[in-house]
Design a protein around this ligand. Structure first.
Ligand code: HEC
Length: 234
């Protein structure tokens, strides 16, 4: 009865209160994604367009790109990252919310919607944290296919096999959804203001071009799932 009364009165007055993301948060998220694009264009894409050796570009990519997310996060003071439905580096795997958004983006792109209209922004509660979350689709272009396409050159394939044995990010064609930029910003914790931003420290990783063939892969395999859990106990 109450529901009917609501509908009959002013519908909006009865709608649940969904908190709208703040324009400043959306601006910071877009700024972070733009910074990533602005680095990718000259440092990776332009080099491939000039027909530079893909292995040289690979080394530049492996040495620098994985850390851009952290660098940009510290600059913009929100957690910024790239993820995908099938990842090359398991450290970039999506959480449930991100996976859901990308599945939806993929569906909308397949239905012919323009990627530029598919940004999502939402305020959510995760545990005792109130968070702003934002995502923007990333489409594959011809240049990306050198390392993410169907016919990857022999030498890049060898590097991929060596450094990313768990790779799930090949077989793409141009204009497919290659992944998404993702921003997560804590707005409050237990109803109180979050602690001030503290910079994410740099990881200690050997540079790709100083790595030897028999070095362990950059990405390690998960523990063998066929091993009973009790065998892993100390
Ligand atoms: C020179 C090779 C190379 C090129 C060109 C390249 N990528 Fe990647 N890509 C990689 C590597 C290596 C990683 C893993 C980075 C890491 O360890 O975090 C990666 C990771 C990613 C990820 C993060 C998720 C994951 O799979 O770990 C996305 C998204 C992505 N690439 C999209 C693109 C797009 C879009 C383009 C073109 C604009 C592109 N890449 C061009 C080599 C490349």
């Amino acid at each position: 009865m109450l529901g009917f009364a609501c509908a009959a009165l002013v519908a909006t007055a009865c709608a649940p209160l969904v908190e709208q993301p703040d324009a400043g948060s959306i601006r910071a998220a877009r700024q972070a994604a733009l910074q990533f694009d602005q680095r990718m264009a000259p440092e990776i894409i332009a080099r491939l367009q000039r027909d530079e050796d893909p292995v040289a570009v690979w080394l530049a990519y492996a040495d620098h790109v994985p850390d851009w997310g952290r660098e940009i996060s510290n600059e913009v003071e929100v957690e910024f990252s790239r993820t995908a439905l099938g990842v090359r580096n398991p450290a970039n795997a999506p959480d449930d919310w991100e996976r859901q958004q990308m599945e939806q983006m993929s569906f909308m792109l397949d239905s012919g919607l323009d990627a530029a209209t598919l940004d999502v922004a939402e305020i959510r509660y995760e545990g005792d944290e109130e968070v702003f979350r934002w995502m923007r689709p990333i489409l594959m272009t011809e240049e990306c296919l050198v390392c993410h396409g169907e016919n990857i050159g022999h030498r890049v394939k060898l590097l991929l096999g060596q450094e990313y044995p768990l790779d799930e990010a090949t077989g793409y064609s141009a204009n497919q959804l290659g992944g998404a930029y993702s921003v997560r910003q804590v707005l409050s914790v237990g109803g109180k203001p979050p602690p001030p931003w503290s910079d994410i420290p740099a990881p200690v990783v050997a540079p790709a071009d100083a790595r030897a063939n028999d070095d362990a892969p950059l990405v390690s395999s998960p523990p063998d799932s066929s091993t009973p859990a009790s065998d892993n106990l100390p």
